[in-house]
Design a protein around this ligand. Structure first.
Ligand code: AP5
Ligand code: MG
Ligand code: ZN
Length: 214
């Protein structure tokens, strides 16, 4: 099963993608997480990506597409995957379609997690991410057992650099300009499914499982 998560920054793509990956035993591939791991390890790719990410801009398509094509070659992708944060532009979606077509495959579901902009800024300020395993929490909606400590691996939880309100506003603008057109793109391809992302995160997941099991 090949699934794409669509939605604004903070809509809950990562939260839901992790649950989907666990239930269907497919890898969760987040381009944002891959870039953040590269920044942490101070790789050349990380240094390039950071200059864009800190401003809330998109990393250039060429960098992202090469990275994801390499990731698809890994053995765990044989039964599909859930993509989180890719594609994010029409050229990225076209590159994905072309790569899939070459192997006779296609995207099965594009799940758009819908959350109005007003809710987003609030969510981002409360998000905490683990520096060790990448797990995500929210101080109000999904708090860790102990403040600022990861339930899973015990490492420290931090506020992401790009979750400051000014940067979030720019990320939302970039989303509306460059990523939202993908909703029509996947609607036209007949694979778009929309879910109400303002519900409780477990209810959002129930709605997604309903869609995937049809
Ligand atoms: P990326 O890491 O993909 O960030 P994003 O799309 O901005 O999305 P987020 O990770 O911020 O949000 P999310 O939807 O995953 O929400 P989450 O589940 O955490 O990308 C970062 C940057 O990398 C980009 O700006 C760009 O520069 C670059 N990049 C990445 N991919 C790229 C690409 N393909 N092309 C070019 N550049 C690229 O949830 C948010 C918070 O809300 C959490 O605290 C969570 O606990 C909480 N929450 C979740 N669901 C609910 C709910 N239902 N109710 C209440 N709270 C909830
Ligand atoms: Mg995410
Ligand atoms: Zn952790």
């Amino acid at each position: 099963m090949k699934i794409i998560m669509l939605g604004a920054p903070g809509a809950g793509k990562g939260t839901q993608a992790k649950k989907i990956a666990a239930k269907y035993d497919i890898p969760h591939i987040s381009t944002g997480d891959i870039f953040r791991a590269n920044i942490k390890n101070n790789t050349e790719l990380g240094q390039k990506a950071k200059t864009y990410m800190d401003k809330g801009e998109l990393v250039p398509d060429s960098l992202v597409v090469d990275l994801i094509m390499d990731r698809f070659k890994e053995a765990d992708c044989a039964n599909g995957y859930v993509l989180d944060g890719f594609p994010r532009t029409i050229p990225q979606a076209e590159a994905l379609d072309e790569a899939l077509k070459a192997s006779g495959a296609k995207v099965d579901f594009a799940i758009d997690v819908e959350v109005p902009d007003e809710n987003i800024i609030n969510r981002m300020g409360g998000r905490r991410a683990c520096v060790g395993c990448g797990a995500t929490y929210h101080v109000e909606f999904n708090p860790p057992k102990q403040a600022d400590v990861c339930d899973t691996c015990g490492q420290k939880l931090i506020l992401r650099d790009d979750d400051k309100p000014e940067t979030v506003k720019n990320r939302l603008n970039v989303y509306h300009e460059q990523t939202q057109p993908l909703i029509d793109y996947y609607q036209n391809a007949g694979v778009l499914k929309q879910v109400d992302g303002t519900k409780d995160m477990n209810d959002v997941f129930t709605d997604i499982v309903d869609i995937l099991s049809k």
